[in-house]
Design a protein around this ligand. Structure first.
Ligand code: PRP
Ligand code: URA
Length: 207
């Protein structure tokens, strides 16, 4: 499928294996989420536009580059929160805009509960951070919100995607690149990804 980028990096695959392990405790789990988010973002941002600048080294002036557009990191509360720190380390000048969405347990539909975006967009590129792309309802809702805000370029950075969720996000927003550590087999009858890693929010926050 166009615009879907599962990572093939062995370090990402190794860390994802530890993340899946049911015996991995919240402290280690958070560390892995942070590291995987940074590694996936490194892959997802290969095409960011830059402009030429000059820099003065201790010896002489030389050519360099600076990111052309302002970047917004958009963690989807709450599980996306754990991805922020690792990504922010790569681009400390990025703005962080939180969006609160939870999945209704019965209907599996996303429910929006937090959004304090200002009227005008303040960034040119948004990276949506959410570890799980299950039915795709939350991701589609997040992209809808950011497009309505007026952001020109949006990317989805997640850890695990189910084929159902990837297909749904791609069908609704084919222009959005989807970057993942892995594409899993399917959803179970409760909308959980198999084999997956369980509930990404509960495993990070110990709930
Ligand atoms: C999880 C996950 C996504 C959503 C994915 O959040 O972080 O936001 O489910 O499911 P979907 O693709 O079917 O919409 P959850 O609703 O569990 O909320 P939480 O992060 O607050 O635990
Ligand atoms: N949300 C999660 O945290 N895990 C899943 O498998 C699906 C949705």
């Amino acid at each position: 499928m166009d615009n879907v980028f599962p990572s093939s990096h062995p370090l990402i695959a190794t860390k994802l294996t530890l993340l899946r392990d049911a015996s991995t405790e919240p402290k280690k789990f958070r560390e892995l989420v942070r590291e995987l988010a940074a590694m996936l973002t490194y892959e997802a941002t290969m095409d960011l536009a830059v402009r030429d600048v000059t820099v003065q080294t201790p010896l002489m002036e030389t050519a360099g580059v600076k990111l052309l557009e302002r970047i917004g990191l958009v963690p989807i509360l709450r599980a996306g929160l754990g991805m922020v720190e690792g990504v922010w380390g790569l681009m400390p000048g990025a703005e962080v805009w939180h969006i609160g969405l939870y999945r209704d347990e019965r209907t599996l539909k996303p429910v929006a509960y937090y959004n304090r975006l200002p009227v005008q967009p303040t960034v040119g590129v948004c990276l949506i951070l959410d570890p799980m792309l299950a039915t795709g309802g939350s991701a589609v809702a997040a992209v809808d919100i950011l497009k309505q805000w007026g952001v020109g370029k949006i990317k989805f950075v997640g850890l695990i995607g189910a084929p159902e969720g990837i297909a749904r996000l791609h069908a609704a927003h084919p222009d959005i690149p989807i970057h993942l550590a892995a594409i899993d087999e399917r959803l179970n009858e409760h909308g959980y990804i198999l084999p997956g890693l369980g509930d990404a929010g509960d495993r990070q926050f110990g709930t």
